[in-house]
Design a protein around this ligand. Structure first.
Ligand code: PLP
Length: 375
């Protein structure tokens, strides 16, 4: 009746058709073991909360420049230089209300109708849902069995219309961490075809095997995106940042001026304080990851990726779909996410071990019991 934009309508349709039944079952649960959401454990550290409260008390409660307050952009530029070997300046950093909104702004800044955005399958859902809002076409390139980049498939999938390649390491939902050599090879491919890379590095502080490498340190046509949601357990504060080619950052700033005006001033002052200390400790995640790997392997699952972030993406027992498995989990009071939210392959589920060790133990026991019955 209102002629909703078809890309927005697709979101409505997907949510209502695919997840309705699952959500109905999940909502009916009283006190579920929730291994579905990607929240880091423990909440925002107290010193960051204090800085937010101080910002309010000091009257830092007004619009800021569209690209954010200068000291925060300076601190981020220094962090990018020291930790990621990315050469940038405070002027070429822009603060956004969360990486996800930042992604929409990047897409709106760059994509013309018909442009192609290459994303990996599986990947974080906004990569493919937001691009059609800019009338762009999404091309999904399946990753390898170990969830690593399939460089040959990426190169083969490039057309004259390919404008962007989106990567995410450490990865949601697979936990894969891309090795430096592959990122060098990807930079070479992208360079040969003059393609921009978007690098989502949201989980850089959660790595258990290998190390983080920012492709933006070797490939200037990279838009590096990150934020405070996971590294500092600040998901609800809504704050992220972007750096990349000057002309693109300038355009994003222009868009921000009209679309959001600026990110929350309070969150910005809190984030400035956050950056003065290390990211939240990942020690507990090492143990939780070990437990998840050990028990899922013992239950007969083939565990790939899982070297970073706090997700495990595994294939459900044969003959079942992701939704069948999710429904069975819900009947046993456990929440997981269906793989089809991230992938065309509908036989995987995502388990998040961001929560407490008690919940993870309970969840693993439920999965083990279900698997015994099904195998
Ligand atoms: N990027 C990835 C890969 C994620 O998994 C998530 C959240 O789950 C985000 C970005 C969200 O970032 P933000 O909270 O800054 O929008």
């Amino acid at each position: 009746m209102y002629n909703i934009h078809r890309a927005a309508q697709r979101l409505n349709d997907f949510d209502s058709s695919v997840f309705q039944e699952v959500y109905r079952k999940q909502r009916a649960l009283k006190n579920p073991v929730d291994l579905s959401v990607g929240l880091p454990e423990g909440g925002t550290p107290q010193y960051i909360k204090d800085a937010g409260i101080r910002a309010i008390q000091d009257g830092n409660t007004f619009y800021t420049p569209a690209n954010g307050i200068a000291p925060l952009r300076e601190a981020i530029a220094a962090k990018l230089k020291n930790e990621n070997s990315i050469t940038t300046s405070a002027d070429d950093v822009t603060i956004v209300p969360g990486l996800t909104t930042g992604l929409l702004l990047v897409y709106l800044a760059l994509l013309n109708p018909g442009d192609e955005v290459m994303i990996m399958d599986p990947s974080y859902p906004p990569y493919h849902y937001l691009a059609p809002l800019a009338e762009a076409v999404v091309k999904r390139i399946p990753t390898r069995h170990d969830f690593q980049l399939d460089l040959a498939a990426i190169e083969a999938g490039i057309t004259p219309k390919t404008k962007l390649i989106v990567i995410n390491t450490p990865n949601n939902p697979t936990g894969a961490v891309y090795p430096k050599e592959d990122l060098f090879a990807l930079a070479e491919i992208a360079g040969k075809h003059n393609i921009l890379i978007i690098s989502d590095e949201m989980y850089e502080s959660f790595i258990y095997e290998g190390s983080h490498f920012s492709i933006g340190s070797i490939y200037p046509n990279t838009i590096t995106m990150n934020g405070f949601s996971k590294a500092y357990a600040m998901t609800g504060w809504r704050l992220g940042y972007i750096t990349g080619p000057q002309e693109i950052i300038r355009t994003i700033n222009q868009l921000q001026q009209y679309a959001v005006f600026c990110s929350s001033s309070i969150a910005q002052y809190a984030a400035l304080e956050a950056l003065s200390r290390p990211t939240i400790p990942r020690d507990s995640y090492v143990e939780k990851r070990r437990l998840v790997q050990e028990q899922l392997i013992a239950a007969g699952y083939d565990i790939q990726g899982n070297d970073g972030a706090y997700y495990t993406f595994f294939r459900v027992p044969e003959g079942m779909s992701d939704l069948d498995f999710i429904a069975l989990c819900a009947e046993n009071n456990l929440l997981l996410l269906p793989g089809r939210a991230f992938s065309r392959d509908e036989t995987f589920v995502r388990l998040s071990y961001g929560g407490t060790i008690e919940d993870i133990k309970k969840g693993l026991e439920i999965i083990t019991n279900i698997s015994r019955q099904k195998k």
